[in-house]
Design a protein. Structure first.
Lengths: 248, 368, 307
C-alpha cells in the first residue's frame, strides 16, 4: 500500500454473531488530511474506528494504519496514533499537570520531554495559572483543548477524535478546530467522527456510513453538489432516510 | 386514588422486571435460612475423641459405650498410657480425651465421689467448651439413669439442663437474626435505592412537576417492598418450622404483627436514607455500612451484647434490630405473651414514627 | 393574560464548597401565548437552571417569574398542574414499555391517552408500532417522541422542553421541530432550549444566552438583520495559512473558520467588493474565492460574545 496514505482499508468487516456491524468498507486517508467519518448512531462508525485504533479485532478484510498492518502489528500502531474521546478525556480528580504526566508516561516519553511539552502546552493554551487546578473544575472547552493536546503529546502520525466537540460555545469550538487545522498543517493526519454536520464542513474529505456500509465519500463541496444540497446536514438526511437499521 | 394506584403499579413493574435483584430478594431468605440452619452450626458433630481407661471396670465401660453411641463423638483412639495423650493431641487427631482413673467404679460406689478427667484441645475454646459440656451431659445422664436403678446415696452432682433449646440448636438463634437481616436488606436498602434511582434518572423531576402529592409518591414506593417483606416473613417462618424444626411457641398473630411493625420501621429508615443522598451508590453504602453491619454486630444475634464494652451497649440501643431480635426471640422461642414485650414494641413503634416524621419533613418538593 | 411566561430580573447563584457560580444574571424576558420561543446557548449558559426555576423545581435568589399568570414561588402547585416538562436526558422509565410509560404519566395528571388523543395523535402514530417495547430499547429519536408525548398528554398550556434535540440524529431532529410547529397550531406555548444555533431559525423569537446572561432577544430574522457589518465568506486551497494571514492583517476585525469558508469581518464596513478583493490579494494564497453573505445566527452569537 502506498506510503502517501496514512490509513488504507480494504473490505474491512466486523460481525457480531449474525449482525454485521461494519460491512466490507474500503477507503484511504491521505497523510495530513482531515478526514470526517460520519454516520448515525448504530451505523457502524464507532465500531469501524475502534478497529482502526486496535481496540477491536476485525472479522475479515485488510487494513494498514500508520504504515503498519492492523492484524499483525497492532501494538506498533498504538504507539503511533493518538486518541481523544468526548466521553472520557481527562481524569477529573487529577490536575492538568498530573494528567499530562500520566499520559506522557504511558506513551513512554522521558521525564525531560514531559516537562518541556507540559510547559509548551500550558503556554500555548494560556493556562499557566491553571496548572495545579483539578480537571473537574475546568470549563468544558478547556478540557477539550487539553485533551487534544494530550492526545498529540507523543507526536503521533494519526490522531483519532471520537465526537470531540459538543456543548461548547461557537467561539471555543472554532478555537478547537483551529488546533486541529494546525496539527494537520504540520503533517498529522486527523480522523474525526462527529454528528455535528456543520463540523463535517471543516474536513478535507468526508465519508458517510449507513447500515454498516460507506454510502458516500468525497469532499464536502462535491457531496453537496452531487446531492443538490445546500448543507452537509441535508446530504446526511437524504442518505439517512434510506437507512433500515435502528429506528424503533 | 387512581394516581396512587398507578404509581404502585409502576413500582411493581420495576420490581418484577429486574430479574437479578428479584432473585436476590426472594432467594436470599431461603438461602440464608438453609445455610444457617444446616451448614453453619455451632454444634459439633462426630468430634474425634480418645479414651484412656485406667479402670476397665463395668461402669467405665458403660460410660464409654454411651459416649461412643452419641452422635457428637467418634471414639477414634483407645490410649493405654498417659504418655500417649499429648502426641495424640499434638497431631490434631483428637479434640477431647476422657480419662478414667483406676478404681473408678470402686470410688463411685464406696466414696460417692468419683472423678472423670476431661482433657480438651482448647485452641478453639468454643469447641472445647462445647465438647466438655456434651461429655459432661452424657456422663450426668448416665449417672441419673444409674441412680434410678439403684438407690445410691445422694451425691453432689451438677445438673445441667438447657432450657428452651435442650439440644442447643444454633438455628433457634439464627432465625430471628436472619429475619432481621433480610428485612433490613429488602426494606431499607431497596426502598432507598428505588427512590434515589428516580432522582438519578431524572424522572423525579417530572414527577414533582405534576399534581401528585409527594406523600403518595413515598407510600407508593414502600408498598411493593412491604408486600415482598410479608412474603419473605412467611417463607422464613415456614422454613423454620418445617425444615429446621424450630417451632413457634408463642402467639402467631403477635409474632407476625411484630414482624410487620419492624418492616415498617425499616421502610421508614430506607426513606430516611433516600432523603439524604442523590446517588444510588451512596444509598447502598449507607444501607450496608450504617444499617446492615450494625444489625449483624450489635443486635445480639451473632455476638452477645452483654459482653461488649459499655459504649457499644449504649449504641446498640439505637439499632432497631436489637429490639426486634429481643421481641422475636421471646415470642417465637420462649412463647411469651405481649405483656413481656410491650416495652420493646413501644420503643420500636416510637422509632418508626420518628423516622417517618423526619423523612417526610426532609422530602424535598424542589430540587435543592 | 396574554403572557404565558414572564420573567423579571431573575438571579441564581450556586454555592459549591468554596466557589460560587452565577448561573443566571438578571434574566428578563416574556413569552407570548401560543409562541414558539427558543433559548439558544451552549452548556453553561444557564438554560437548564432557568427551566427549573420556571417549572418551580428551584427557587431564584432574586427576581420574579410567573407562568400563565401564576407566581412560580407562591402558586407552584397550580403551575405543576398545567405545564408540560421534558427535562434533558428524556426521563422515561427504561424498564417500562412505551404504552406503560404513557399510561403512567397520563394517570399522574388525572387523565388518559384516549381523552387527549387528538393532541398527541401525530406523534403517537409514529411510536405506536413499538407500544410494547421497553423504553430503554428505543432509539434516541423514538425516546424523544415518547418523552414529548408524555409531556403533552395532559394538554398543558405551556410546554418546557430542555434540550430535546441534543444527542439525537439529524433526521429525528428535523421531524421533532415539525411536530413542535404542529403543536403550536393547537395553541400551546412552547419554550425550547437548544445548543444548536441553526435551530434558532425555527422559532418565532429567540433569546441568545451565554454564561448566565441574555445577549439579545428578538425574532431570528431581526437578529441576523441587526448584524451591522458586512460579512464575507473567503476560501483558498490552504485554509489554515489563509486564516493565519487574515488574522494577521490590520484591516481584518475577525476571521473565523466556518468549514468550507472563513467568515471575515473588516474594520471598515464601507469597503466595496473590489476593495475587499484588493485587501485579500495582498494575502498570498492560491485559488482565492470571495463572496458577500448574510449573517447567520451563529455569526451573530459570536459577535455578541465579543461585546
Amino acid at each position: 500500500m502506498s506510503p502517501e496514505f496514512a490509513i488504507s482499508v480494504r473490505d474491512l468487516t466486523k460481525r457480531f454473531d449474525r449482525f454485521t456491524a461494519v460491512d466490507a468498507v474500503t477507503f484511504d486517508v491521505r497523510r495530513g488530511e482531515i478526514f470526517g467519518f460520519l454516520g448515525a448512531n448504530g451505523a457502524g462508525k464507532t465500531t469501524a474506528m475502534r478497529m482502526l485504533c486496535g481496540l477491536s479485532f476485525p472479522t475479515s478484510g485488510q487494513a494498514q494504519v500508520a504504515g503498519f498492518d492492523l492484524f499483525t502489528e497492532s501494538e506498533k500502531i498504538k504507539k503511533n496514533i493518538g486518541y481523544m474521546s468526548q466521553k472520557f478525556s481527562l481524569y477529573e480528580d487529577l490536575t492538568i499537570v498530573e494528567n499530562i504526566r500520566f499520559y506522557g508516561g504511558i506513551y513512554g516519553l522521558s521525564d525531560v520531554e514531559i516537562k518541556s511539552k507540559t510547559q509548551r502546552m500550558l503556554n500555548q493554551l494560556h493556562l499557566e495559572d491553571q496548572a495545579k487546578t483539578l480537571a473537574r473544575s475546568l470549563p468544558l472547552g478547556w478540557k477539550q483543548k487539553i485533551s487534544f493536546s494530550v492526545a498529540m503529546l507523543h507526536q503521533p502520525k494519526i490522531v483519532f477524535l471520537d465526537e470531540p466537540t459538543g456543548g461548547v460555545d461557537p467561539i471555543t469550538r472554532r478555537e478547537f478546530w483551529t488546533m486541529i487545522y494546525q496539527a494537520a498543517h504540520e503533517g498529522t493526519t486527523v480522523f474525526v467522527t462527529t454528528h455535528y454536520m456543520d463540523e463535517a464542513e471543516y474536513c478535507d474529505r468526508v465519508s458517510i456510513m449507513v447500515d454498516g456500509r460507506i454510502e458516500a465519500l468525497n469532499t464536502p463541496a462535491e457531496m453537496k453538489k452531487h446531492f443538490k444540497a445546500s448543507s452537509m446536514e441535508e446530504v446526511f438526511i437524504q442518505l439517512a432516510r434510506k437507512a433500515t437499521r435502528s429506528d424503533g | 386514588m387512581k394516581q396512587f394506584l398507578v404509581f404502585v403499579q409502576k413500582e411493581f413493574f420495576h420490581l418484577f422486571r429486574d430479574k437479578r435483584t428479584l432473585l436476590i430478594l426472594f432467594g436470599m431468605p431461603v438461602m440464608q435460612i438453609l445455610i444457617f440452619g444446616f451448614a453453619l452450626t455451632n454444634e459439633v458433630k462426630n468430634a474425634r475423641i480418645a479414651i484412656l481407661d485406667n479402670a476397665k471396670d463395668g461402669t467405665s465401660r458403660a460410660i464409654i459405650q454411651e459416649l461412643g453411641a452419641s452422635r457428637y463423638f467418634d471414639i477414634v483412639k483407645i490410649i493405654d498410657r498417659q504418655a500417649d495423650l499429648e502426641p495424640a493431641f499434638r497431631s490434631g487427631k483428637i479434640k477431647l480425651a476422657v480419662v478414667f482413673p483406676a478404681g473408678f467404679e470402686n470410688d463411685l460406689l464406696h466414696t460417692n465421689a468419683a472423678a472423670i478427667q476431661l482433657i480438651a484441645d482448647a485452641t478453639d475454646p468454643n469447641v472445647a467448651t462445647t465438647l466438655t459440656n456434651y461429655a459432661t451431659a452424657i456422663i450426668m445422664d448416665y449417672q441419673a439413669g444409674r441412680r434410678d436403678q439403684q438407690a445410691l446415696p445422694l451425691a453432689i452432682n451438677t445438673e445441667i439442663r438447657m432450657l428452651y433449646n435442650p439440644q442447643m440448636k444454633g438455628s433457634y438463634n439464627f432465625v430471628p437474626g436472619v429475619m432481621a437481616m433480610v428485612l433490613m436488606l429488602v426494606c431499607a436498602m431497596m426502598t432507598s435505592i428505588s427512590i434515589v434511582r428516580e432522582k438519578e434518572m431524572g424522572t423525579m423531576e417530572v414527577i414533582l412537576v405534576s399534581p401528585i402529592v409527594p406523600i403518595r409518591v413515598i407510600i407508593a414506593k414502600m408498598v411493593p417492598y412491604f408486600i415482598l417483606s410479608t412474603v419473605n416473613i412467611g417463607t422464613i417462618l415456614l422454613l423454620s418450622v418445617f425444615a429446621l424444626d424450630v417451632p413457634i411457641q408463642g402467639n402467631l398473630f403477635l409474632l407476625v404483627g411484630e414482624c410487620l411493625l419492624f418492616t415498617i420501621t425499616v421502610l421508614a429508615l430506607g426513606l430516611l436514607i433516600s432523603s439524604i443522598t442523590n446517588s444510588q451508590e451512596v444509598a447502598m453504602l449507607i444501607s450496608l455500612m450504617g444499617l446492615f453491619l450494625p444489625t449483624i454486630m450489635l443486635s445480639g444475634f451473632m455476638f452477645p451484647v452483654e459482653n461488649m464494652p459499655i459504649a457499644l451497649q449504649v449504641v446498640s440501643n439505637v439499632v432497631p434490630a436489637k429490639w426486634f431480635y429481643y421481641i422475636v426471640k421471646n415470642v417465637m422461642i420462649k412463647g411469651l405473651t405481649f405483656e413481656f414485650v410491650w416495652k420493646e414494641t413501644l420503643i420500636l413503634a416510637g422509632m418508626t414514627v420518628f423516622f417517618m416524621v423526619v423523612s417526610i419533613a426532609k422530602f424535598k418538593t424542589r430540587l435543592e | 393574560m396574554s403572557l404565558s411566561v414572564s420573567v423579571s430580573s431573575v438571579n441564581k447563584t450556586f454555592l459549591t464548597g468554596k466557589t460560587s457560580v452565577d448561573a443566571l444574571k438578571s434574566i428578563t424576558f416574556d413569552v407570548q401565548k401560543g409562541e414558539l420561543f427558543g433559548l439558544i446557548g451552549p452548556d453553561g449558559a444557564g438554560k437548564t437552571t432557568l427551566f427549573r426555576i420556571l417549572t418551580t423545581l428551584m427557587l431564584a435568589n432574586s427576581g420574579s417569574a410567573s407562568v400563565d399568570g401564576f407566581d412560580v414561588v407562591r402558586d407552584y402547585k397550580e403551575i405543576r398542574k398545567r405545564v408540560g416538562y421534558m427535562p434533558g436526558r428524556f426521563s422515561l422509565y427504561p424498564d417500562l414499555t412505551v404504552a406503560e410509560n404513557l399510561s403512567f404519566f397520563a394517570t399522574l395528571f388525572n387523565t388518559t391517552l384516549k381523552e387527549n388523543y387528538d393532541l398527541v395523535k401525530s406523534i403517537y402514530r409514529q411510536i405506536e408500532p413499538f407500544a410494547n417495547r421497553k423504553a430503554g430499547a428505543l432509539s434516541g429519536g423514538m425516546k424523544q417522541k415518547l418523552a414529548l408525548s408524555c409531556a403533552l398528554i395532559h394538554r398543558p398550556s405551556v410546554l418546557f422542553l430542555d434540550e430535546p434535540t441534543t444527542g439525537v440524529d439529524a433526521v429525528s431532529r428535523k421531524e421533532f421541530w415539525e411536530l413542535l410547529r404542529e403543536l403550536q397550531a393547537s395553541g400551546i406555548s412552547i419554550v425550547v432550549s437548544t445548543p444548536y444555533m441553526d435551530e434558532a431559525g425555527l422559532c418565532d423569537r429567540v433569546a441568545l444566552m451565554q454564561e448566565g446572561k441574555i445577549m439579545e432577544i428578538n425574532s431570528p430574522a431581526a437578529i441576523t438583520k441587526n448584524f451591522g457589518k458586512p460579512l464575507y465568506a473567503v476560501r483558498a486551497s490552504d485554509m489554515f495559512s489563509l486564516m493565519q494571514q487574515l488574522r494577521g492583517a490590520v484591516e481584518v476585525q475577525t476571521c473565523y473558520p466556518f468549514g468550507q469558508y472563513h467568515h471575515v469581518v473588516f474594520h471598515n464596513d464601507q469597503l466595496t467588493l473590489e476593495e475587499v478583493r484588493r485587501v485579500l490579494g495582498t494575502v498570498s494564497t492560491y485559488q482565492l474565492e470571495v463572496q458577500r453573505i448574510d449573517a447567520t445566527i451563529e455569526d451573530c452569537f459570536m459577535d455578541l460574545m465579543h461585546r
